[in-house]
Design a protein around this ligand. Structure first.
Ligand SMILES: [Zn+2]
Length: 135
C-alpha cells in the first residue's frame, strides 16, 4: 500500500454559476493525456462525491513529488461569477468534504490536510480558502 502523508484540497477553478460536472473534468484530464480524472475525489455543488481514482493509485494533482504520497480532493467551483478566486463551496459541498476528510483522517492517521496553495512553490489561489483554518 502507498504511504499517504498528505490530503490535498483543490478547486476546479470553474465559475460557481456554471456546471462543471465530473464527466467534463474527466474528459478534460484525459485530453491532457492522463488516465482520467487526476483527483481521487471530486465533490460537485450538490454535495455528491465522485470517485476519480482509487486511493491505491497515484493521482495527478499536486506535481510528481507530492502526488506519490497524497490523496487529492477537488470541489466544483472556486471562481465567483466575476471570474475571481473565491470560496464558492455550497453547504452541501462543505458537509460532504468534512465527512470525506474525517473518514480519510481516520484511515490515514498522521496525514496532513492542506490546500494546494499551501504546498511549497505553488503560486495559485487553489483551493481559494484557508484549509488549515477550516478543517
Ligand atoms: Zn489545485
Amino acid at each position: 500500500m502507498r504511504e499517504i502523508k498528505m490530503i490535498v484540497i483543490h478547486c476546479s477553478a470553474s465559475r460557481c454559476d456554471r456546471d462543471f460536472p465530473f464527466e467534463a473534468l474527466d474528459r478534460y484530464h484525459r485530453s491532457l493525456g492522463w488516465k482520467g480524472c487526476g483527483y481521487h475525489y471530486y465533490v460537485t455543488r450538490d454535495g455528491r462525491i465522485h470517485v476519480g481514482r482509487r486511493e491505491s493509485e497515484v493521482g495527478a494533482h499536486a506535481g510528481p513529488k507530492y502526488n506519490r504520497h497524497s490523496i487529492g480532493i477537488c470541489y466544483e467551483g472556486g471562481l465567483n461569477p466575476q471570474n475571481q478566486p473565491a470560496d464558492t463551496r455550497t453547504e452541501a459541498q462543505i458537509r460532504a468534504m468534512h465527512s470525506l476528510v474525517a473518514d480519510l483522517r481516520r484511515r490515514y492517521p498522521g496525514a496532513e490536510v492542506l490546500g494546494h496553495r499551501d504546498l511549497p512553490g505553488v503560486h495559485k489561489a487553489c483551493p481559494c480558502y484557508d484549509v488549515r483554518a477550516s478543517t
